[in-house]
Design a protein around this ligand. Structure first.
Ligand SMILES: [Zn+2]
Ligand SMILES: [Zn+2]
Length: 57
C-alpha cells in the first residue's frame, strides 16, 4: 500500500501514520486506527492552512 497525504496547495507529501502495524484510515476528518476507534484517533495533518488530502493508490 502506498497511500499518502498530499497538500493540494504546495504538493508536499507525507506518509500515512501507522497504528497497530497498519496504515490509519480517514473518517469524518480524522485519522483512525483500523482496529479500534479508541486506539488511534488524531486530526489529519495540515499544510498551507488546509487539511492534507488522503490519496489512495
Ligand atoms: Zn491501533
Ligand atoms: Zn502545503
Amino acid at each position: 500500500m502506498s497511500s499518502k497525504l498530499v497538500c493540494s496547495i504546495c504538493g508536499s507529501e507525507k506518509s500515512i501514520p501507522v497504528c497497530c502495524e497498519k496504515s490509519m484510515m480517514v473518517k469524518d476528518g480524522f485519522l483512525l486506527c483500523c482496529c479500534s476507534d479508541e486506539c488511534g484517533y488524531q486530526p489529519i495533518p495540515e499544510c498551507c492552512g488546509k487539511k492534507m488530502e488522503y490519496i489512495y493508490h
